[in-house]
Design a protein around this ligand. Sequence first.
Ligand code: F6P
Length: 334
Amino acid sequence: MRIAVLTSGGDAPGMNACIRAVVRKGLCEGMEVVGVRRGFEGLISGDLVVMTSRSVGDILHRGGTILKSARSEEFKTEEGRARALRQIEMNGVDAVIGIGGDGTYRGLASLAAMGVPTIGIPATIDNDIGSTEYSIGFDTVCNTVIDAVNKIRDTASSHERVYVVEVMGRNSGHIAIASGLACGAESILTPEIECTMDEVCARVKDGARQGKTHSIILVAEGANSLARQLCPEVAPGQKVHLIGQEIGRRTGFDTRVIMLGHIQRGGSPSAADRILASRFGAKAVALLIAGEPVSAVLGLFEGVMRSAAFDEALMMKRSCKMEYYELANILSSL
Ligand code: F6P
């Protein structure tokens, strides 16, 4: 059996660990493994490279993806997909393993629909894939945010400031909520949970009355509603600045704004992400060997690895952990 592995969409720490697991488990099982460079773009152009055990040496601890990644517009067209299918046939590829987020899953689902056995492995720092509790990269990004906020808190405390910190999460607040709980954020703003400027400022002022000298407010990138209450036309990059200005004006605290940006996507994967990525990679190969079901996505629920059909997986929604959000608010309100 000749299998292809690709990474697509935004990179996530642990993708390399997963590529390594696919390649080495595949080789152990007597398969031939090829890597596809630049995700679906490479599938269309036939940019394939034969993988050996040595091709994946010294990558377990590295962030990013050695296979490179892209968000392919061409693969969304019928012609692009037809070209990819021709390359799959010409290169004798029997099955494809794709590592990525929801956009990657949609691409993989169309490959599966064209009759190519396909396995999807969840990897996105946003952790917003419905068919798994944890995606590769999520644990590492939370650790990165916590590390950054620890440093910011030193200065916030020394200078008695409010810091408004924007974290990633295009349409979801998973990063903001989990890292907010773990770093004791005084307020967490997410796309899923409505909240007003009065509430945020009241929390800052209540804290000050109780002797708090500084506050951290974590804002998920996709949390639009608060900024829109202040200015309906606000541009994405300006949202967090607008929120910071208004908090400063209303509370009287010296308020600073930090956007953590792409430092969140890089870095050496955490132990949890390396383990998860290794398990997912090996399981994907095992599923292909078993042959049933022919195409599927992998997920983790309460520590147990499960597979689901693409259609089912794409319809599943992952709501944010309200219990974490509420606990974070309780613990930071005193
Ligand atoms: O999906 C992961 C993610 O990092 C989102 O949190 C963010 O909105 C987006 O990718 C940024 O994408 P790009 O790197 O293409 O700007």
